[in-house]
Design a protein around this ligand. Structure first.
Ligand code: SF4
Ligand code: SF4
Length: 288
């Protein structure tokens, strides 16, 4: 078990927005989508040790050793200049952690936790590790009662869901768009797997929340909202929908020119969904 290592961008020991209750959140590095609207774009790439970020570091916390980037956490002052310098949206500051490493962090924080969530990047790209971690959490008497959740873009085949769902308590699944061409434009990938995944996870009784990022003139259109409504109703009126609102924090390139989503526009969509019989619709607490 300990030979399996995850590439981890960040760990939060306290989060109330990544599933029910207070959760330990493991942000895994690497994503199979490339969304201009991503709020955390430096989790997308996986470092290829090109060395381009070394010169950007003003405190010499980065160096190349035997053609590999080496990061000195004790020297780093977290200026994030290396992230901006990276040509592939990777990070030289990732950690390689074992299941045991994460269990140790979970044990230390157990009195304050309701569960563990793996997020990203796209957590399911490190599927073997996620399955091993969740299996170990469930087998550990010290972690008794903690639930295991996945935050995912759903781009995972049915066979892989069959392996993951038995050790998973809940899934937060993002649908970026219903129109295939729009989805491709927003992510670089097709949405067929994601839509299928929503049904697989729901039928297994593990769909905690469907998430939908509303973007002016892209995903807030009547056509997209109608398809979201129909899709949610087909799953069942008890499906929980979380509407997120596009803002500019963290986004890149063309997305910086897109309009921000306003509270009144999100409320209009939420009202439409509720009128259509979707009982649980969650809207953002803040518009920043
Ligand atoms: S975040 Fe740390 S490693 Fe990166 S450039 Fe700044 S000081 Fe250097
Ligand atoms: S983090 Fe990016 S810039 Fe730095 S070595 Fe890795 S790939 Fe190159």
């Amino acid at each position: 078990m300990n030979s399996l290592l995850a590439t981890v961008n960040k760990i939060l020991t306290y989060s109330v927005v990544d599933g029910p209750g207070n959760r330990l959140v493991i942000f895994l590095q690497g994503c199979n989508f490339n969304c201009p609207a991503c709020h955390n774009p430096y989790t997308i790439g996986v470092c290829d040790h090109c060395g381009d970020c070394v010169a950007a570091c003003h405190v010499d916390a980065l160096e190349m050793v035997n053609s590999k980037i080496v990061f000195d956490a004790a020297t780093c002052d977290q200026c994030d200049a290396c992230l901006t310098a990276c040509p592939i949206s990777a990070s030289p500051m990732v950690q390689r952690l074992s299941v045991s490493d994460i269990l140790e962090i979970a044990r230390k924080n157990k009195p304050f936790l309701n569960g563990i969530t793996v997020s990203g990047g796209e957590a399911t790209l490190q599927l073997k590790f996620v399955i091993a971690l969740f299996t170990a959490v469930k087998a550990d008497p010290d972690l008794n009662g903690l639930t295991c959740f996945v935050d995912t873009n759903g781009h995972l085949g049915a066979h892989s869901w069959e392996r993951l769902l038995p050790v998973t308590d809940g899934v937060m699944l993002d649908i970026k768009a219903f129109d295939p061409a729009l989805h491709h434009a927003l992510t670089g990938q097709d949405n067929a797997k994601t839509l299928k995944a929503a049904t697989i996870v729901h039928d297994a009784g593990k769909l905690y929340e469907l998430r939908f990022l509303t973007i002016p003139d892209k995903t807030d259109t009547d056509a997209e909202v109608a398809r979201l409504t129909d899709f949610a109703r087909a799953l069942g009126s008890n499906v929980r929908i979380k509407l997120n609102a596009f803002q500019h924090h963290g986004v890149r390139g063309e997305a910086l020119k897109w309009h921000k989503m306003t509270e009144s526009s999100v409320t209009k969509i939420a009202t439409h969904l509720r009128k259509a019989g979707i009982t649980e619709v969650v809207t953002p607490a803040l518009y920043l």
